[in-house]
Every structure is written in structure tokens, then in C-alpha cells.
Design a protein around this ligand. Structure first.
Ligand code: 13P
Length: 215
């Protein structure tokens, strides 16, 4: 079982990532939580501790049965993180955030439809909004996992969003992209009814994303 000082590199990267969320404007205070896969389990931010006060030793390591190892209590949303790591082998890091525009749409229980080709960055033709359940519950995790079927991001009704990627950089980048899409969709709705792309157009965008990377 890893001791609190194990996984030093991932601990430092996770603290940096958690603090970056505040700077990127997609989180505030102790809202949201971040994790990274580490060995046979994952490291996760502790519950209720603002990121600017979080140190590498405050992070909690958990195995995939949800057994914690650390001085602090894990994030109340550890079940969502655990369940994504267990179900999605490509998940190397996860961000949960109460980003303002994503949360605005989530409070209206709206999916983000195929209004812009970048929706494909989350893996499919839309970004679903999972039904509401109390934060920190297994029920909420079940709703999130269902909304993430075939996707790397979803909204959580009356709550926020979840995004994951192969590593912390990619999970953060997707969380930022989902927030930008939520803002763009909200803005478009102020002026009218956004024209949606066709399924075929989205399928083409999804196909092109398979090899969208720098040389
Ligand atoms: P934690 O501080 O327990 O991570 O909870 C924050 C949150 O956003 C719950 O959904």
C-alpha cells in the first residue's frame, strides 16, 4: 500500500493541476476535485481543502475498492473518480469542476448538442447532462458513468461537469474546452436557435479528431 509520500511526481503534478483550475476560472474555493491514476489506484484531492492550501502530502491515495490511504479524508466525489478509473482504462486523470457556464446549462438540465464541431473533443456528437443526485453518492456516480458512455465529459444536473483524459494535461484541456463550449452555446442561445450540425458532419469531425495532434 503506498504511503503518503509515495508517487511524489504525480502528487506535485496533481497539486499544480488543482491550482491551475482556479487560475483558468473553472473552479473556485474547494469546489470540484481532481485525481490522477497512480499505481494500482489513484491520487485524489482531499475534501473541503482549498487548492491554494493543498500540499502534496494532503492528497489521498485510494485503491479501486475505495480504500483510502492518507492523513486526510478523500474528496466526497471519490466514487465518481474510482468508478471512471475502473470502467475506462484510457482514463489517466479526472477533473470535476463547478465551471460557471457548464454549471449554468447543467442547472437547466440541458445537454450540449452538436452546435459546434468541437463538441467532438469529448468523444461523441453531444455532451450529455446526467440526472441530479446528491453530491458524493453512489447514485450520482452511476448517473455520471451512464452519461459518460462513449464520451470523456458530461454535465451533472444542478452541479457542474466531469472531464477525463489520458493524463492531467489532457483532462484539464478538455474541462476548459467543455466550459468554452458551454459559454458559446449559451451565447448563441441569447441570439436565437443555434443551427445544429448533421450527424454525418459530426461523424466526420469525430473521425478527424482521431489523429488531431502536433507532429
Ligand atoms: P470535495 O471538497 O469533497 O472534493 O467536494 C467538492 C465538490 O465539488 C463536491 O461535488
Amino acid at each position: 500500500m503506498p504511503a503518503p509520500r509515495d508517487h511524489a511526481r504525480q502528487r506535485a503534478a496533481l497539486v499544480d493541476a488543482a491550482r491551475a483550475l482556479n487560475g483558468l476560472g473553472i473552479n473556485q474555493g474547494s469546489s470540484g476535485n481532481v485525481s490522477v491514476r497512480a499505481g494500482e489506484g489513484f491520487l485524489i484531492t482531499p475534501t473541503a481543502l482549498p487548492y491554494d492550501r493543498t500540499r502534496p502530502g494532503d492528497l489521498v491515495w485510494m485503491d479501486l475498492d475505495g480504500a483510502p490511504r492518507g492523513a486526510r479524508k478523500p474528496s466526497s466525489e471519490w466514487r465518481i473518480h474510482r468508478d471512471i478509473y475502473a470502467a475506462r482504462t484510457g482514463a489517466g486523470a479526472i477533473v470535476h469542476a463547478h465551471a460557471p457556464f457548464a454549471t449554468t446549462l447543467a442547472c437547466l438540465r440541458m445537454d450540449i448538442p452538436r452546435f459546434h464541431y468541437m463538441v467532438a473533443a469529448a468523444g461523441g456528437e453531444d455532451i450529455r447532462c446526467a440526472p441530479y443526485a446528491t453530491y458524493g453518492t453512489q447514485r450520482l456516480s452511476g448517473h455520471a458513468l451512464a452519461a459518460l458512455e462513449g464520451r470523456r465529459a458530461c454535465l451533472l444536473a444542478n452541479h457542474g461537469m466531469v472531464a477525463f483524459g489520458a493524463d492531467l494535461d489532457r483532462a484539464l484541456a478538455l474541462a476548459v474546452e467543455v466550459e468554452a463550449l458551454a459559454r458559446q452555446y449559451w451565447q448563441a442561445l441569447q441570439l436565437g436557435r443555434p443551427k445544429l450540425l448533421t450527424r454525418k458532419q459530426m461523424a466526420e469531425a469525430i473521425g478527424k479528431f482521431a489523429d488531431y495532434r502536433p507532429d
